[in-house]
Design a protein around this ligand. Structure first.
Ligand code: PMT
Length: 221
């Protein structure tokens, strides 16, 4: 609605995994259905924001009122998200690959007789979230996620500081009922001045609650 602090704001959301090609038929990817990020994009559009959704390879319909750009690799996601600035808010819900094959093979890699192992050389990808936060066109609010199997609070607080973001929404992965693929999730949102637990709840409801925190911070100052 026009009364929402998000109305008329430009919000860039990333969602889904990235796929890093090994050869024309194989890739390395992260687990992500895109549900969390798509729910955030849809909820932001409902509040009247101008939403750019940068989506990795997922099979989800585009939420109403959302402008969607499809990408495949971490490099494409990096270029597309940075190219979508300036924006008021960035929310990085994508599961971006941290490493990519040094080189994609031009042809299908064939099994060699007697070869029982295959070594792939991987190189670090650029960090989309950290580069948005350090960008000359830095959005007023930069929100990252942290997907952790253990020591969630410790790693999430580390990402908040190291990536210089305003909020980190941390979730447990590798357990039933939260994280990737499931319809539900639970978040602990870390900020420099405290933390807020959201859920467990369906992802669309969590998206709305996360946007309440975002809206409150945008309304400040
Ligand atoms: O898509 P779903 O199935 O609904 O699952 C949702 C989710 C579990 C994928 C989502 O809630 C989530 O946690 N997304 C972030 C997953 C992730 O890659 O977390 P991370 O802790 O590895 O990365 C931390 C932050 O840095 C994230 O905001 C990530 O987008 C960002 N990042 C990481 C690496 C990189 N090269 N560039 C980045 O921007």
């Amino acid at each position: 609605s026009a009364t929402s602090p998000l109305a008329g704001r430009r919000i860039v959301v990333s969602a889904g995994p990235t796929f890093e090609d090994i050869d024309p038929v194989r890739f390395i990817g992260n687990r992500s259905s895109g549900k969390m990020g798509f729910a955030i994009a849809g909820a932001a559009a409902q509040r009247g924001a101008e939403v750019v959704l940068v989506a990795g390879p997922v099979s989800l319909p585009t939420p109403a009122g959302v402008g969607r750009i499809n990408v495949r690799s971490a490099a494409q996601m990096h270029a597309t998200v940075l190219g979508a600035l300036p924006a008021d808010v960035y929310i990085g819900a994508a599961a971006v690959a941290d490493y990519t094959p040094r080189q994609m093979a031009a042809g299908k890699i064939k099994k060699q007789p007697g070869q029982d192992t295959l070594v792939l050389e991987l190189v670090r990808t650029a960090d989309v979230l950290a580069d948005v936060a350090a960008h000359p066109l830095r959005p007023r609010l930069v929100v990252g996620f942290a997907a952790e199997t253990h020591d969630v609070a410790h790693y999430a607080r580390g990402k908040l500081v190291n990536k210089k973001v305003d909020l980190i929404a941390a979730n447990r992965v590798g357990v039933e009922g939260s994280g990737f693929e499931s319809d539900d999730n639970a978040l602990v949102v870390y900020a420099a001045d405290g933390e807020t637990a959201l859920g467990p709840a369906p992802k669309p409801q969590l998206a709305d609650e996360l946007l309440d925190l975002v809206a409150a911070r945008l309304a400040e100052a």
